[in-house]
Design a protein around this ligand. Structure first.
Ligand SMILES: [Zn+2]
Length: 309
């Protein structure tokens, strides 16, 4: 260690850390509309910009608080597999990244699962925290997702998931990719049990999650202007060598081209999903009750058609 690293560098570091600390305590924040917003105003408006309506990201706890009845919910503990099975190191050790993300989010992984009531219907809900390595989906996320599905099946509740992810976690390589198949199989189990599965795509939902569980909801809802896509805009543009429309990969564009069902503002999510569930649950109930009746009807219609022959 020379005199530069010993004396100059720590001082520079201290200067920057003080600045970032100040930012944290700041009462004001900015938005993409370049307006200065009072943080309290933003929080009281469900983290949507009061000036331009942009939907800012939420932590899992914030998401659960605004979604469940009376802000009451219970976090479900999910299994945590062994950290860093590949001893992955890029510019930093993966274990260090995990440590920092855990400290920042107060969660073991990007995915958190909770249960509670939505308009008096018991529901199981999952959410992703983007601050946890970009909401990336690894083995622990897969375990949490599957555990959530299992909880929904055991308690016969609908499963609702708020996606917010850049894709699979590259530090876990093929182990992260395997989660795509595992989660798809879990979703199939939900469908076998006639339980509604609703995905709310929030900004951003890209990469591996859109190629697996995030696009398999019975109903796909997105928050306004959320980026929804698989490969990034630049990759696609360079591949097809055409200029893409301005609104390409926004929730509204994907909806208009048949990729999802609804774009719903955050303030209406509770009421919209509540209404959808009341319809879906009734339908699931009727379907279970009429399954036997359908067999009889089918038999009769077969007899009729054979007589006609
Ligand atoms: Zn704004």
């Amino acid at each position: 260690m020379n005199w530069i690293t010993k004396f100059i560098k720590p001082k520079i570091k201290a200067l920057f850390s003080k600045k970032s600390q100040d930012n944290k305590d700041n009462l004001w924040t900015t938005c993409e509309c370049k307006n200065l917003i009072y943080k309290e105003d933003l929080q009281s408006n469900l983290n949507c910009c009061p000036k331009c309506g942009a939907h800012h990201k939420l932590t899992c706890a914030e998401r659960f608080e605004i979604f469940f009845d009376n802000k009451e919910f219970e976090i479900i503990e999910t299994p945590l597999p062994k950290d860093d099975p590949l001893n992955f190191v890029d510019s930093k050790k993966y274990t260090d990244r995990l440590k920092a993300a855990r400290k920042k989010t107060n969660q073991d992984d990007a995915v958190s699962i909770a249960t509670g009531k939505l308009q008096n219907t018991q529901v199981t809900v999952g959410a992703q925290d983007f601050r946890f390595i970009g909401g990336s989906f690894g083995a622990a996320s897969g375990e949490a997702f599957i555990h959530g599905v299992q909880h929904a099946i055991e308690n016969k509740t609908p499963f609702i998931f708020f996606s917010c992810s850049g894709g699979q976690r590259m530090m876990e390589s093929s182990i992260a990719l395997m989660q795509m198949t595992r989660t798809v199989l879990a979703v199939n189990e939900l469908k076998k049990h006639n339980l509604p599965y609703i995905v709310v795509l929030t900004n951003p939902t890209t990469g591996g999650v859109t190629a697996s569980w995030a696009m398999l909801g019975d109903i796909l809802i997105a928050e306004p202007k959320a980026v929804v896509g698989f490969a990034g805009r630049r990759v696609i543009q360079d591949t097809v060598r055409e200029t893409l429309p301005e609104e390409f990969q926004t929730a509204e564009y994907v909806r208009d081209h048949g990729g999802l069902d609804l774009v719903v503002e955050r303030k209406y999510l509770r009421s919209s999903i509540g209404t959808l569930l009341s319809v879906l649950l009734k339908k699931a109930e009727t379907q279970a009750n009429t399954d036997a009746a359908n067999v009889v009807t089918l038999d009769k219609s077969l007899q009729r058609s054979s007589k006609a022959l």
